[in-house]
Design a protein around this ligand. Structure first.
Ligand SMILES: [Zn+2]
Length: 111
């Protein structure tokens, strides 16, 4: 039972344990619970931003080579993937573009 005023979140324990081990290996200056809540709220805002501001872009799939993004403005499927120092877009390379912004803000993309 959670403490009064708090809620439990059911997530796969194996994935949570792995994330907790990674979290414990760094010091972000937050407790795990604080960081988890902050991350959830931040992910929600970012996804909301994507839905409102980058309406021509849609999540395609996630694969070994990054994220596939469908661009309806240009009727193209582009890939964004991490490289050594930044992100690379299959259309725009390392230059800034909406595809890389979309990838960076999308909660399913890990770089
Ligand atoms: Zn691009």
């Amino acid at each position: 039972m959670p403490r009064d005023g708090y809620a439990n979140l059911s997530v796969p324990s194996e994935r949570l344990d792995e994330l907790r081990r990674k979290f414990d290996s760094v010091d972000f200056g937050y407790s795990f619970a604080q960081w988890a809540m902050m991350s959830l709220e931040s992910s929600f805002s970012k996804q909301e931003f994507l839905e409102k501001r980058l309406t021509h872009l849609k999540f395609g799939e996630l694969g070994e080579h990054g994220i596939a993004v469908f661009d309806s403005k240009h009727d193209k499927l582009v890939r964004v993937f991490p490289n050594k120092q930044s992100l690379t877009c299959s259309e725009h390379g390392t230059k800034f573009c909406d595809h890389k912004l979309f990838a960076a803000l999308h909660p399913e993309f890990n770089c």
